[in-house]
Design a protein around this ligand. Structure first.
Ligand SMILES: [Zn+2]
Ligand SMILES: [Zn+2]
Length: 334
């Protein structure tokens, strides 16, 4: 085992290195601001500069929120003592991981235990090896924001993608006239030529990658699926199901962006739910356990919900009995 001193230096170096992609993005954005406002366009293009600054502020705000919002962790109430943790780890290792996922249905809910954090993981919670902690509704760890994208900042991440795409498209569209002039030798031989050329190339290239990433995450929101769940389907009593948390397009979208339309484009948290329990179309029809949690009885303490949060989570299910072909015991008509 490495001495604790060298280990802390190694961890410190890692933490500094993790900020390099964020610094790279910040430098690109700072350069693009300088190039657009001070060399390519001047005070004569007031309308362009006005629109540019509105998009720029929203883009930087969403990026800041994605970076600085601390990912939600499971509540301390679900942590277990060192002794219990050792017992659970021994038990899970004795029956194998697959058994741990499936065998737990016999005791009413799926056992998902994190031996690093020593706590029982709520639905959709995963341990991030970079952050070294469990993250509620973890989507992925994003190096470009040096943060985990999860329950608390997924809306910010979506807005960051949307505004950064808008930012790049706006620069590409307004810079196009000068870009054409550049190739027709219609521009004076100044430093602005360099900025016009590289603004156009960098903005159009980022537009392509951002558009594909945004399209993918829009699809995930519509399906109520995280990136991790798209790779490995969550486990329910009847088995794995990638669409197990989907409630229909409208409800899926509202779960991330909230009820109030006016807040959808604003990078403030408006999502529904508490991040620990999630309503689902797939439930067990056992009358003794009417819970809408995919894993039956939910052992995780929840935070008090606002009225809008409660509405989504406590919506009364209407049952469809004709779903035996898929092996599901019941289904809420969404
Ligand atoms: Zn963990
Ligand atoms: Zn992380």
């Amino acid at each position: 085992m490495a001495p604790s001193g060298s280990r802390s230096i190694k961890n410190g170096c890692k933490r500094v290195l993790y900020w390099i992609p964020v610094l790279f993005i910040a430098l690109i954005v700072a350069w693009s601001y300088y190039a657009y406002c001070f060399t390519v366009f001047n005070q004569n293009a007031v309308i362009y500069l006005l629109v540019y600054h509105v998009i720029f502020v929203m883009f930087v705000w969403a990026y800041w929120q994605t970076i600085c919002t601390r990912p939600s962790n499971p509540l301390k109430e679900v942590s277990v003592s060192v002794c219990d943790a050792a017992f659970i780890t021994l038990f899970l290792s004795s029956i194998g991981e697959d058994e741990a996922w499936r065998g737990s249905a016999d005791v009413g809910y799926t056992i998902r235990f994190c031996d690093r954090c020593q706590l029982l993981k709520p639905d959709r919670c995963h341990h991030c090896s970079v952050c070294d902690r469990c993250i509620l509704k973890m989507d992925h760890h994003c190096p470009w924001v040096n943060n985990c994208v999860g329950f608390s900042n997924y809306k910010f991440f979506m807005l960051f993608l949307a505004y950064s795409l808008l930012y790049c498209l706006f620069i590409t569209a307004t810079d196009l006239q000068y870009f054409i002039k550049f190739w027709l030798n219609g521009l004076p031989d100044t430093q602005a030529k360099f900025h016009i050329l590289f603004l156009f190339f960098s903005a159009s290239m980022f537009s392509v990658s951002l558009a594909s990433l945004l399209t993918y995450h829009c699809w995930l929101v519509c399906k109520n699926r995280s990136t991790l769940e798209a790779v490995r389907a969550p486990v329910f009593r009847h088995g794995t199901d990638k669409s197990g948390f989907s409630l229909g397009l409208r409800k899926n979208f509202r779960q991330v962006f909230g009820d109030e339309v006016k807040y959808w484009p604003i990078p403030v948290f408006t999502g529904l739910g508490d991040g620990c329990s999630f309503p689902t179309c797939l439930v067990n029809v056992d009358p003794e356990q009417p819970s809408t949690s995919p894993t039956g009885s939910n052992p995780f303490p929840s935070k008090p919900l606002t009225e809008s949060q409660s509405r989504l989570l406590t919506s009364t299910p209407s049952w469809s009995e004709n779903d035996s072909a898929t092996g599901r015991k019941g289904k809420i008509a969404c």
